[in-house]
Write a protein that binds this ligand. Structure first.
Ligand code: ZN
Ligand code: ZN
Length: 338
């Protein structure tokens, strides 16, 4: 067998084409991954639109779990058959100023799987060795996949924030990122508040461990958080800036609104919302492959798992459409090899 199935976008904003192509060969420093599962992330829409300047045709997919199928020249730290993942961090140049400072996620020439090269919407993909994430034995491929973007993003945002064990932490949005953010916040020892629109998501938020729930349509979020003592951190996982800013008033002094919900829309904030409490709005970029490995190990250790719905690769369009419509509960995962 020398061909494989790939679900790729033939042109900007065009529907997916499911087609057969030659199985690619890994070059120097690269490996070929036999993909078993790939999460469908809202950021895949960047690939579909070509918003980050990707070529077409292009297969999205930066929540990839599978195993190493072939090693390129010079790859010595990994072996064939090893279970690995590939996340948003898809490689770096090791030579720019950020890399020379050890800040690989900020690499000026950083590669994103599914944008710089074909991602995990395929039977096989090629990835640079530095993008690989070891997957623990106790984690299935379909569970590991969403943790490689949605998981590491929320895990890493929380562990690098100003919040310390016992602090009040709010997670804004109970969706693909939020349902993981709530679990991580609880397991990291934060008094955890889930915030969402309406009451529909309250039972789930509580099931995930949230100690408090705020319905943002009927309550004043800032007032509620202040009533609970003020939040050290509000982790904003929604993609609507206007839904983020009301939480600013609920931060305790020196607290942070940590933004991981990716949106190109402007955020309007009166400077007075930040000055009295010396509060901050902090963006957070995912994490490196080693951060992802930490997220996977922490998830095994504490029982954090994504809530997923699987679909076969040939149904990539349906899975993507369902995610974009906000109907995924809570992460769509494509599977291959059936
Ligand atoms: Zn993602
Ligand atoms: Zn670099």
């Amino acid at each position: 067998m020398t061909t494989m199935t790939i679900a790729r976008v033939p042109a900007a904003n065009a529907p997916f084409e499911i087609t057969e192509v030659e199985i690619p060969e890994p070059g120097p420093g690269q490996v070929r991954v036999r993909v078993r599962a790939c999460g469908v992330c809202h950021s895949d829409s960047l690939t579909v639109a070509g918003a980050m300047g990707n070529d077409f045709p292009r297969a999205p997919g930066h929540e990839v779990a599978g195993e190493i199928d072939a090693l390129g020249e010079g790859v010595t730290a990994w072996r064939a058959g090893q279970r690995v993942g590939v996340g948003w961090f898809g490689g770096c140049d090791f030579t720019c100023d950020s890399c020379r400072r050890g800040d690989f996620i900020a690499c000026e020439n950083g590669l994103v799987a599914g944008i710089a090269y074909d991602g995990g919407y395929a039977d096989y993909m090629i990835a640079p060795a530095e993008a690989l994430v070891g997957i623990p034995d106790d984690l299935s491929d379909v569970d590991a996949a969403p943790l490689l973007c949605a998981g590491v993003t929320t895990f890493n945002a929380l562990r690098t924030s100003v919040a310390r064990p016992g602090d009040l932490v709010a997670v804004l949005g109970v969706g693909g990122l939020g349902h993981l953010g709530i679990q991580y916040a609880v397991k990291m020892g934060f008094e955890t508040v889930a915030i969402a629109r309406g009451t529909e998501k309250e039972p789930l938020a509580r099931e995930l461990g949230a100690h408090h729930y705020i319905d943002s349509t009927s309550a004043d979020v800032a007032e509620e958080l202040t009533g609970l003592g003020g939040a050290s951190v509000v982790l904003a996982t929604v993609t609507v800036p206007d839904a983020m800013t009301p939480a600013l008033g609920g931060l305790r002094p020196r607290g942070q609104l940590v933004v991981v919900g990716a949106s190109a829309d402007p955020m309007q904030v009166p400077p007075f919302a930040l000055i009295p409490g010396s509060t901050a709005i902090q963006g957070h970029a995912s994490g490196t492959s080693k951060d992802s490995e930490d997220a996977l190990r922490f998830s095994v250790l504490t029982g954090v798992r994504p809530t997923i719905e699987t679909m076969p690769l040939k149904d990539a369009q349906a899975a993507y459409d369902k995610m974009m419509a906000g109907d995924a509960r809570f992460r769509m995962v494509l599977t291959t090899g059936d």
